[in-house]
Design a protein around this ligand. Structure first.
Ligand code: DGL
Length: 263
């Protein structure tokens, strides 16, 4: 086991890099280890039991690598698994949820859209979030089946991906939403295209930064004198992970295949 305490971060694939980017900015020098579970993406089409099983497996790997705080950089896995992870592991966890509350606070016309995976939108955790924070307003809930999977392929300008974005954005545009929550960590990777579909006047909101701030609040370990670049593991395509890491400004990240025992 590594002696250096690190923050472990995981997602169903490359999407959590949008959270890793915020963590790296918020906690420079803190060792970061990331797992992209791309061989099992998308989680949004999976059962809760499957996602929990993967989340446990990856948490064990990260803990064994020295992780002392785990960031579940996936809305879908947070909804399906974080309560059980907290009960089973003696580690602090930070999860991510669609930013319904800040979106409603920011919206001028109280028309807020939420783009997320079908699994996130039907989860009990998301329903509870709506009940607590929506205050009688019903956001426009837009499930985006296939979108995370399309982003996973790494061809962000692919015409089929652009067509899918046009389809899922059309109801949000028709509803006149002035604020749209990107409720899946993959979606900020195509924020530019979403913005083009919805119009420049629409505010896109994701929750990577509040998650990074919460991780910074919970981080109690020393920052090593000699910092190492973020370590990224994948059981999918290392070239796609490299490209997406570059897109997130993580040019110096080291990228490895996940060891078969952890894959
Ligand atoms: N990045 C994910 C999320 O935040 C998961 C997408 C998926 O695998 O379906 O929900």
């Amino acid at each position: 086991m590594s002696a250096v305490a690190s923050i472990g971060v995981f997602d169903s694939g490359v999407g959590g890099l949008t959270v890793l980017r915020a963590l790296h900015a918020q906690l420079p020098g803190v060792p970061l280890i990331y797992v992209a579970d791309s061989a099992h993406a998308p989680y949004g089409d999976r059962s809760d039991a499957f996602i929990l099983d993967r989340a446990r497996h990856i948490t064990r790997f990260l803990r064994d690598q020295g992780a002392r705080l785990i960031v579940v950089a996936c809305n879908t896995a947070t909804a399906a698994a974080i309560a059980t992870l907290r009960a089973e592991f003696d580690l602090p966890f930070v999860g991510i949820e669609p930013g319904v509350k800040p979106a409603l606070a920011r919206s001028r016309n109280q028309r807020v859209g939420v783009m997320a995976t079908p699994a996130t939108l039907r989860s009990a955790k998301f329903r509870a979030l709506l009940q607590t924070h929506a205050g009688g307003i019903t956001p426009v809930l837009q499930p985006c089946p296939g979108l995370a999977a399309a982003i996973e392929r790494g061809e962000l300008d692919d015409p089929a991906l652009r067509q899918l974005l046009a389809t899922v954005c059309a109801p949000l545009r028709a509803a006149g939403c002035d604020t749209v929550v990107l409720g899946c960590t993959h979606y900020p990777l195509v924020a530019q295209h979403i913005q083009a579909e919805l119009g420049a006047h629409v505010h896109l909101l994701d929750t990577a930064e509040p998650v990074a701030r919460q991780a910074a609040r919970l981080w109690t370990h020393a920052v090593p004198a000699h910092t190492q670049p973020p370590l990224l593991y994948t059981n999918g395509d290392v070239d796609v992970l490299r490209r997406m890491a570059d897109l997130c400004g993580l040019h110096h990240a080291q990228i490895h295949s996940l060891p078969p025992s952890a894959a």
